[in-house]
Design a protein around this ligand. Sequence first.
Ligand code: 5GP
Length: 194
Amino acid sequence: MRLLEERIRKDGVVKEGNVLKVDSFLNHQMDIALFNEMGREWKRLFEGERITKILTIEASGIGIAAVCAQYFDVPVVFAKKSQSINLDGSVYSTRIQSFTHQRVYDVIVSRKYLGPEDRVLVIDDFLANGNAINGLISIIRDAGAELAGVGIAVEKGFQDGGKQLRDAGIRVESLAILESMDASTGEIVFREQE
Ligand code: 5GP
């Protein structure tokens, strides 16, 4: 998606350790007009798919998913990072290794908000090694729900997550895919998409 690529080029900052900072429009301050266009694009890409719910993970996914959900007219559920594993069986839970914080989180979704009747679109800000998305997919499977596909704002194509998901037959629609980025020069190369 040109608009997002141009914005990343203009305002994204490449950090050491393969991290792209997009705090000025996506991860801290949020450009809602941009989110709106992203939602419109996912709606176009997933047109004709039956989707009953959008699933994301706190915190950065929530704003994007919420704006996007208006196009699909479905609720957004976000997986919550939890301090304690809930043992009363009221939640689905999984462990996710965080790319940016180098630690493991337990995340939970209440059984009330996801079930076998659901067909789910997963939305998140970044796809790197795929841990966050795989965690969400395992929650969808636990719920007996169906995965319709995955919508990602920024995929780091030089990390393996996207390839693994696509190889597993999962539909992944990333609005910008980084082919490479260089912290010393700030250069970013995007993968061509039609
Ligand atoms: P994964 O689980 O695919 O390895 O990493 C995805 C998660 O890590 C995303 O939810 C995102 O919050 C964070 N993340 C991964 N890479 C980056 C990055 O380059 N920049 C930012 N801002 N977040 C990232």
